[in-house]
Ligand binder design. Sequence first.
Ligand code: GLN
Length: 490
Amino acid sequence: MSQDLHYKSAAALASLLDSKEISSVELTQAIIDRTQAVDDRVNAFNSFDAEDALSQATQSDERRSQGGALGPLDGIPVGIKDVLAVKGQPLTCSSKILENFVSPYDATCIENLKRSGAVLWGRLNMDEFAMGSSTENSATKTTSNPWNLDCVPGGSSGGSAAAVSAGEAPIALGSDTGGSIRQPASHCGVVGLKPTYGRVSRYGLAAFASSLDQVGPMGRTVQDVAELLQAISGYDRRDSTSYKIDVPDFPGAIERLKGKKWIFGLPKEYFAQAGSAAPLAAVEEAIAYYRSIGCEFKEISLPHTEYAVATYYIVATAEASSNLARYDGIRYTHRAEAFDGKDSVDIYHQSRAEGFGEEVKRRVILGTYVLSSGYYDAYYLKAQKTRTLIRQDFENAFQEVDAILAPTSPNPAFKKGTHTEDPLSMYLSDIYTISANLAGIPGLSVPCGYADGLPVGLQIIGKPFHEEDLVAIGHTFESAHSYCDEHPDL
Ligand code: GLN
């Protein structure tokens, strides 16, 4: 039995747990075994504590035997991106500066997950402080794409996407500041959802760019992603940007909105710019499918798209330069050992020089520059204004359409090393995902085919707080195709 478990959906596993065909301990052991069998090749995990996971599973089995499963995630292992605080576990953000840090508290989404009975499973690799699109900026290790080990898994939630894709976790949490859930989901052939800004609390998520960051679910099916979103969503007074709005029944939206004839927008700027032709072919086939079931299409324009990447790299780096000031070598971070300075400023300098990787330093410097007096108006203020225009483009489009369809990424997963020498070319991988973060709106990536033998994602962008629409639209496509049952050969 245990060989069969690692590629089952969380929903299928929940039924097996309910019918007592398996226990959570058996399931968790199967996931541990799978991870031990493949992770020396995939390198999705920074660390895991098998004993701790098994003890959580034992507690879940006890609850169930007393007739009290807490819900559909009770006893299901969930991989956690190494950017979220779990009390007593390492929190490294894949950075040397936090290599010995152990979190003293739980993030709100982790508290919520614990309340759902899920088994918190391991710490998943990422680009350092979530800055990157390939997971190559990790100070810990390089994660491989399970579909082709020479390729990157995407980033920054590359460990989460690779673990789900390789059967090392049925579902996982990621974070998305400019595409970091959707792009790796697309590259690894899994489903990933970035919620509306404010839907999920950011309390306990190590901040990269606070006005853009959102925690979100990844899984092998849309239903699993909806279930995980359900568990982590909701208002939290500890995050001042968390939004006081009812949390609807996300998995229930699949039935509730079934058969709806959606009106979709196709942004001409996204289709005109698509990089390699192959991802576009798969996306166009997906569009043809929706057309065949009676959905309507309108060509729309998002005229400020061409400024999105530049705007993002000003706003995000400005916020990062301020957020990362806390890692100073004085309090809880790496402190330079061979300290030869005179005062605390020297400690900051030396510790930060040693503790941060190249990309993080590049962004802190860039962010400090765009905020500095004399440049603030020309860069930061201008970017804020452009951000408003980008948001208004979406508001205008949503007057006419229910949701927008687009590629998730201009290209399938690329070979390791392709963009490491040229940061700008790496930044361009986010061209279709970044705008949703700037506008604060939700986006879902669903596997829709292959290009050059590697998975490709269809991106569905929705109105604010309309994640239900995304779930229903994504599920309609998924249930008519077999992509969620196709797995890499590992
Ligand atoms: N790839 C983008 C960046 O490097 C987005 C990262 C993210 O969403 N965390 O900033």
